[in-house]
Every structure is written in structure tokens, then in C-alpha cells.
Design a protein around this ligand. Structure first.
Ligand code: F6P
Length: 322
């Protein structure tokens, strides 16, 4: 059923650059269509605590260039209970909210699927995470900026590694997904990329590094996803096995911040508009993402029940180029 009165938008889980651009597009599109928009602050926690306010076009001005999320985000244990979700649904009803756009990673979208199932409220999801690990889309909001941030850091680390003839282990984010490590590794010309999804042979890596140093190489960069192994542990083993001076740099939450790239701003804006139009026209249980450069819609339940795998073409490319 088409929505006549009001929708809400929220961000949830780990923030990612471009979430603001997406929320801005949702708000402005809904207002353009004559529908009121509420912002839910601090994710599911804010939904339960009734941190909900009506937004205007001005609420989202001066935002497109900002990282983080003006709506705030939080992780919420209470939402994992049926009672918690009931409380959240009651608050939405209180404000006359007829549909909800959720911007977040797979955990946040799973929360949305539960609200839809238990409360019958229309839900449209947008994938927002630097991990790029949402099933059904080859892009998630923020992944491009995070990859650029990691590549920029690796460029700098290469200078100092080369000056000292050191091995540099660079730990990037990604608990269960190696997308960021893989892309940052390929785009920065790292010698080795270690990701949770692909088996690796540390003895072989160390042997190759020693041989390359014997051939005159001045440095070696190993990019490792945090979920594959700890950067500190890896640094210790590599130093011991190669006998070469090794350092570790953990990029951490730097990867989550910063002004979004043009790609993230554009794609987030396109997704935000599609999400608002879809929910207003009565759609539910869909996630909008990208496939080969085009906006696509994915079933929400398919998206959260399936696990995205790494693109085998990228895995192959990284093994050829290192
Ligand atoms: O899900 C996004 C992500 O940035 C992961 O890559 C990372 O492991 C995690 O969030 C870190 O979460 P927190 O900010 O809670 O430490």
C-alpha cells in the first residue's frame, strides 16, 4: 500500500562514509513527494528510546561532504529480543511512521527483516558498510572511500619501508570479509594480501620475501584483513622467519572516517532516492544495491540469509599481480 503520511530513516551498525549522502537523498526525495520524514537517532537503540524527530530539507543541508552519520549509530543488545523490537515498533507507530529505510550492514538489515516479519512494517534497506560484504550487491556505501583511505596509507608506509629496507605488515578492517584488504592490496601494489576467505602459506610468503630481498628488493608490503590474523602476530612471525626488520601498522577506525569519495556520494545519493521512492510507493522487504554499475533491487531476506563471497576474479588478479 502506498504511503501517504510519513516514513523514517535510520543508520545502524558501523558508520561508513556516504551514509549522510544516502540519508539526505531519502529525506529530500520524500519531501519532494509530499511525504513527511522522521530521523531515528542512534540506530535501533534510539528507536527503542524514542529518539525520533521530524526532519526538514534543512536538517540535511551541509551534509553530503561529511563522513560519519548525522543520525548517529549504535549497537543495541535489547533490540535482539522480541520485547525490545516490540518497543521499537510501538515508537514508530506513535509517530505515525508507515515505512522505514535502514542504512547499514548485514546485521542492521537482519534487524530490519525481523521488524518486517514481526511488525508488518514496510522496510527498505540500503547497504552501508566499509566491508562491502552485503549479499546481492557488488557495492556498499562507504567501501570506496575506505579503500582509498587504505591505499593512501599504504603509499605512505611504502616510502618509509623502502627507506629502511623493512617489511611492512598493514592490518585493515574486515572481520569476516577480505574485500577491503584485497582491493587495497591490488590498488596499492602490495606484494601479499591475506584474507579470511583464502588459505595462505606463511612459510612460502616468507621464502618469497627473502628471495626478493636477496635479489635487491628494498621493501615488502603485506596487507592483512583483521579477520584473517592479527597484524601484530603476523609481524612477529614474519620477522622471525625472514630475519628481516619488520613493522606493523594497524589502520583501524581511520578507515571508517573521512569525507566520502565522489563514487560514494553519487551511489549513495542514487540509492537514497530509489529507497525513498520505493517505500513511498508501497514496496517492502527490498535492499537496493549495485550490479555492474546499475541500481538493482534484492530481496531483503535473500540478502541477509546469504553470505557474500569474494569476487573470484579479484582473488585471481591479486594472485597474478603480487
Ligand atoms: O562492520 C564494519 C566494521 O568497520 C568492521 O570492518 C570492523 O571489524 C568493525 O566494524 C569494527 O567495529 P567497532 O567500530 O564496533 O569497533
Amino acid at each position: 500500500m502506498a504511503i501517504k503520511n510519513a516514513i523514517a530513516v535510520m543508520t545502524s551498525g558501523g558508520d561508513s562514509p556516504g551514509m549522510n549522502a544516502a540519508a539526505r537523498a531519502v529525506v529530500r526525495t520524500a519531501l519532494f513527494e509530499g511525504v513527511k520524514v522522521f530521523g531515528i537517532h542512534n540506530g535501533y537503540k534510539g528507536m527503542l528510546n524514542d529518539e525520533i524527530e521530524e526532519l526538514t530539507a534543512r536538517s540535511v543541508s551541509d551534509l553530503i561532504q561529511r563522513g560519519g552519520t548525522f543520525l548517529g549509530t549504535a549497537r543495541c543488545k535489547e533490540f535482539k529480543t522480541v520485547e525490545g523490537r516490540r518497543k521499537g515498533l510501538d515508537n514508530l507507530e506513535k509517530h505515525g511512521i508507515e515505512g522505514l529505510v535502514i542504512i547499514g550492514g548485514d546485521g542492521s538489515l537482519t534487524g530490519g527483516s525481523m521488524l518486517s516479519k514481526e511488525g508488518g512494517i514496510p522496510i527498505v534497506g540500503l547497504p552501508g558498510t566499509i566491508d562491502n560484504d552485503v549479499w546481492g550487491t557488488d557495492y556498499t556505501i562507504g567501501c570506496d572511500t575506505a579503500a582509498n583511505t587504505a591505499v593512501d596509507a599504504i603509499n605512505k608506509l611504502r616510502d618509509t619501508a623502502s627507506a629502511h629496507r623493512r617489511i611492512m605488515v598493514v592490518e585493515v578492517m574486515g572481520h569476516t570479509s577480505g574485500w577491503l584488504a584485497l582491493v587495497a592490496g591490488i590498488a596499492s601494489g602490495a606484494e601479499f594480501v591475506i584474507v579470511p576467505e583464502v588459505k595462505y602459506d606463511l612459510d612460502d610468503i616468507c621464502r618469497q620475501i627473502v628471495e626478493s630481498y636477496q635479489g635487491g628488493r628494498r621493501y615488502s608490503i603485506i596487507v592483512v584483513a583483521e579477520g584473517a590474523c592479527s597484524g601484530v602476530g603476523l609481524k612477529n612471525v614474519v620477522q622471525e622467519k625472514t630475519g628481516i626488520d619488520t613493522r606493523v601498522s594497524i589502520l583501524g577506525h581511520i578507515q571508517r572516517g573521512g569525507s566520502p569519495s565522489v563514487e560514494d556520494r553519487m551511489k549513495a545519493s542514487m540509492l537514497g532516492e530509489r529507497a525513498a521512492l520505493a517505500i513511498i510507493s508501497g514496496a517492502s522487504d527490498v535492499v537496493f544495491g549495485f550490479d555492474e554499475g546499475k541500481v538493482v533491487s534484492i530481496n531483503l531476506f535473500d540478502s541477509v540469509y546469504n553470505k557474500k563471497t569474494l569476487d573470484p576474479e579479484l582473488v585471481r588478479l591479486s594472485s597474478v599481480l603480487v
